[in-house]
Write a protein that binds this ligand. Structure first.
Ligand code: FAD
Length: 305
């Protein structure tokens, strides 16, 4: 069995000590012990099957909602972007999208088929897998409202289909079967005027670009909005816009964004996140919850600036 699954037959790209700063939208993060970009789904399954059973695994989409700490990620990072790229029409209202497909590509694909409901995905700069893990949403749309079923894989390479009812889905939060990761989703859309839907979202995106620091290294909104309020309003009202820790600064354009101005470390970003949360708690009595997922180990003391 093992001989047939020997790493020599793998067709993906295997790297060691890969700097995660290359793979996150904040442009920070220490090295991944091992970084694997599978050639396709069969190759990914084979890779998983030959991993030691206790190897720590972290799945990465486009890294647009992760803060990888400066000490990096011990174990193996599985990169889906570029790997799980199938995007096909299953029937007149259903599209199957691989976990590695960029959300805006799905939005355009559906619109070209004159299927509507997925246009908001054009506003999510991540993959389908990341959108499923986060229940990403924009402009009133939310990923899991489209999900007909999802396909997952576990660390032994076993693939399964699941219905939405098997997941607890909330605002930017999804819990499901443990030890399984998304490899694809079937999305249910409605027939309609695709071009009109996309044009409307393009307009919304243009408007959003006026109020958010798009184009600068960030992870989008750092905190979830608390019920009935906006994290950005609370942060701004504490006078925190423009506050910096090293190279990490609270955006002057949108207070719920933290920008890497060029040479920030993950430790500086995380220190600023903690300071913002503490200040809002002290001032307003509201505990902001992080939307961004912080992963990995802090840098060793001597490596810190
Ligand atoms: C400028 C900017 C604007 C943004 N605007 C929005 C917005 O409007 N709405 C919104 O919701 N988000 C927004 N985001 C945040 C982010 O784009 C979304 O959360 C997105 O869904 C993350 O996708 P990703 O592929 O980059 O995931 P990653 O950041 O790579 O991963 C995020 C989490 O998902 C997990 N994950 C990734 N792939 C899989 C998989 N296949 N199976 C299981 N788990 C997986 C990771 O382990 C991690 O825990 C924005 C980010 C930026 C930088």
């Amino acid at each position: 069995m093992m001989a047939a699954m020997s790493p020599t037959v793998l067709r993906g790209k295997l790297r060691h000590n890969e700097p995660m700063a290359r793979h996150t939208s904040w442009r920070v993060g220490g090295p991944a012990g091992t970084f694997y970009e599978a050639a396709d789904l069969d190759d990914l399954v084979m890779f998983l099957q030959q991993l030691p059973p206790d190897e720590p695994l972290f799945w990465l989409g486009l890294g647009s909602n992760v803060l990888v700490r400066d000490g990096g990620i011990p174990g193996t990072v599985i990169a889906t972007a570029g790997a799980l790229m199938d995007l096909v029409k299953v029937n007149e209202s259903t599209v199957r999208a691989g976990a590695g497909v960029a959300c805006n590509k799905v939005a355009r694909y559906c619109a070209n088929l004159n299927l509507v409901g997925g246009e908001f995905l054009a506003g999510i700069p991540g993959t389908v897998g990341g959108a499923l893990a986060m229940n990403a949403g924009a402009f009133g749309g939310e990923t899991w409202r489209l999900v007909k079923r999802v396909e997952t894989v576990d660390r032994r390479g076993v693939r399964r289909w699941h219905e939405p009812a098997e997941f607890q889905v909330a605002y930017r939060e999804v819990q499901g079967p443990t030890g399984e990761w998304f490899i694809a989703a079937e999305l249910l859309l409605q027939p309609g005027d695709g071009a009109a839907g996309l044009a409307r979202v393009k307009e919304l995106l243009e408007r959003r670009n006026q109020t958010q620091p798009i184009g600068l290294p960030s992870c989008g909104s750092v905190f979830r909005n608390p019920p009935g309020d906006h994290a950005a309003r609370l942060i701004e009202s504490c006078g925190l816009k423009g506050l910096c820790r090293g190279g990490a600064c609270v955006s002057t354009k949108h207070a719920n964004f933290i920008i890497n101005t060029g040479n920030a470390t993950a430790a500086e970003i995380e220190a600023l996140i903690d300071h913002v949360a503490e200040t809002v708690k002290r001032t307003h009595g509201i505990s902001l919850r992080r939307e961004v997922h912080a992963v990995g180990a802090a840098a060793k003391e001597e490596a810190r600036r």
